[in-house]
Design a protein around this ligand. Sequence first.
Ligand code: ATP
Ligand code: MG
Length: 391
Amino acid sequence: MLLSLMHPALRAVRARGDLYFGPSRWPSGQRARWPAAHLFAHWPSGRLAHGTLLHRFQNETVGLWRAAMECGITHNGPLARRRGPRRLALWPNLTRLNRRRMSEKIRNTVVIAVGNQKGGVGKTTNTIQLAGALAERGRRSLIIDLDMTSGATKALRAPTDGWNSSFELLTGAENAEDTIITNEEGEVALPPNIHLVPSSRKLAELDTFLALNPWLIHQDLLIEPINRLRGKYDYVFLDTPPQKTKTTIPALKAADFAVLSAMPDHLAVSALAEALSDIVAAQRHANERLALLGVIVCAVPRPKTRLARELVAYVERTCVDAAGHTLKFSAEISRSVVVQEAQKMGQTILQYQGDHPVADEYRTLAKEFEDRLAAMRQSPPIPLTEEVTHA
Ligand SMILES: Nc1ncnc2c1ncn2[C@@H]1O[C@H](COP(=O)(O)OP(=O)(O)OP(=O)(O)O)[C@@H](O)[C@H]1O
Ligand SMILES: [Mg+2]
């Protein structure tokens, strides 16, 4: 605290009689022992009030804030727009994300790995559109792009180079929070309530990184970063690459649920069978609480072709829970050019053309997704078996 009070930036704040809302780092750059909000209010009486508040004591933060407001302390932050013109001095290094964290509610984060061994089967599209439909339901999602080809990053029009990426997240080179792009950065217009950890070509160096760090356990790379993010999002989607690459395995280890994506195609059935075997292997050897939440069948031509009918029949027959109920989501996503059009604009279909039937299909899917999650949490599913996957 003493350091904070001595810092020139804070002295300037005090001189102006402003409210200071500081980060959890001391000005010296040293990390504070607790993630805390430091509030300094220079009351009109000349008294300096200081509060060190842990994130979770949000009410106290708000309380001190309000008290400062009542004393006529001014700011120009987001509250100003709601409560009239006031002035707030912000710590220069305080990121917008840090500032927002101070007033966040604690969320019950569910981590979903979206996968399929086959490329181009809608993994990325379904991840983004589902996150968009969940956003309409008031949920906040983080998409972590684990694919070196940066499908989700490009679809959301985020930069694939020069920013912290999933490589820094996986290797621990940066704190998980510092790899996240939000709407508030201003440089990337992400859809509302969707945040992104972009991917980069650096992911190709993951093998080398692991070879140089023999004590690190490959499959555990995502555990710590994801644990840091728990509580901040309703959903963390791990958009995995095709094939079992160096990022798919940590994703299946860190996820609570897996969702598979499939498109009618002559190789769809064998690719899905492989993806199911991977989930079984992950359950058996790495993550016994991992459960298959469901299979999204997308890009279904209307009227349905023979291939589409075969895929649907295969999924209904093969992907079943212990009680024999199908895990295929009943909401199927139709093939439509609007999907590509929305992607071209870096938007979700719900933003781009919210009244389109495909937008409604994603809304139905989001509801089914949440209903199923709620049901699965009440009675955890019995792990899949090889027999189930190859029935
Ligand atoms: N419902 C749909 N209608 C029309 N096209 C679709 C639909 N869903 C996805 N697509 C298109 O299919 C292509 C592949 O989709 P996507 O990139 O989501 O697949 P992927 O499985 O993530 O691919 P990769 O394995 O390369 O990461 C994209 O061009 C996307 O626009
Ligand atoms: Mg993809």
